[in-house]
Design a protein around this ligand. Structure first.
Ligand code: G
Ligand code: G
Ligand code: MN
Ligand code: NA
Length: 253
């Protein structure tokens, strides 16, 4: 809680940074986008990840300011990558509170104009659990976001309790398979069956499927063989500071 008070100061003083993790498109073999992951360069405690401060922020209205901050930075970074010739999108994680914030669609729309980024170059990730917390209001916000032309993605897919049938009624275009399932497909027959079937279902439902947490070549090859669209994970690249993005993307392409 000491940190929570410091967080508002950190936003203004530039201690908050975004790291980016590439997503590799398996058909083209190229990086199709980068996920923004928040980091706090704390003057005393060192480099902190979301696990160290996000739950506190999510319990208060600070999460609204934090998400605006992340959106602004991420779209600005994406505009620069695209100006440098990288054909990539940027993915931003939303919290449950953001989904019941009626000002979010306007904030996204303003950031798109500010940086002249096409809406097709922005992905907004919401977890299955946050979409289901207040589904009526979440769907209203998601429809408004969708109307802007941005892509909506279900993050941590496979860890919640909602069925794919229900989720398919949300206005989403992408699923991100949680790494707890992906990590074990080589060794665990049940997880392998779940993931293989999910690849098939996603294709039939015309949803773009991203597998996260890919840590080795065998996992990547299995996903490619099944027809999974894209992967993210340490095997492709760890999340990197913004200054390294251009070099990492060019090296992977
Ligand atoms: O690298 P990693 O520790 O960054 O991320 C841990 C968790 O924090 C992930 O579930 C990720 O979705 C979440 N996360 C990372 N950055 C942000 C952010 O900017 N906003 C929100 N709401 N969640 C984030
Ligand atoms: O829930 P979300 O997908 O937003 O989480 C992203 C988190 O997953 C970040 O903490 C990121 O550092 C972590 N991550 C990304 N790739 C891998 C991976 O291959 N293995 C593991 N264990 N964690 C990963
Ligand atoms: Mn995510
Ligand atoms: Na996830």
């Amino acid at each position: 809680l000491r940190r929570l008070g410091e967080l508002e100061v950190a936003m203004r003083s530039g201690e908050l940074d975004l790291f980016y993790q590439p997503r590799l498109d398996l058909r083209s073999g190229r990086v199709s986008g980068l996920e923004a992951l928040l980091r706090w360069r704390h003057p005393v405690d060192g480099l902190l990840g979301p696990a160290d401060f996000l739950a506190g922020a999510e319990a208060t209205s600070i999460i609204g300011a934090l998400t605006s901050y992340v959106l602004d930075r991420a779209l600005g970074d994406c505009a620069r990558w695209r100006a440098a010739g990288l054909d990539v999108d940027v993915a931003v994680n939303l919290s449950v509170r953001n989904l019941v914030d009626s000002t979010l669609p306007d904030q996204v729309s303003e950031a798109l104009s500010r940086y002249d980024v096409p809406p097709s170059a922005v992905v907004l990730e919401v977890t299955e659990t946050s979409a289901m917390t207040d589904p009526t209001r979440a769907v209203i916000t998601m429809n408004a976001l969708r109307a802007l032309g941005v892509t909506l993605s279900i993050d941590d897919f496979g860890t919640g309790y909602s069925s794919l049938a229900y989720l398919s009624r949300l206005p989403v275009q992408q699923l991100k398979l949680d790494r707890s399932l992906v990590a074990s497909i080589v060794d665990d027959e049940v997880d392998r069956a779940i993931v293989a079937s999910t690849v098939d279902l996603a294709r039939r439902m015309r949803l773009h499927l991203v597998a996260e947490g890919v840590e080795d070549a065998a996992t990547l090859e299995m996903l490619r063989h099944w027809g999974c669209d894209a992967v993210q994970g340490f095997f492709v690249s760890r999340p990197v500071p913004v200054g390294e993005v251009t070099a990492v993307v060019r090296a992977l392409d």
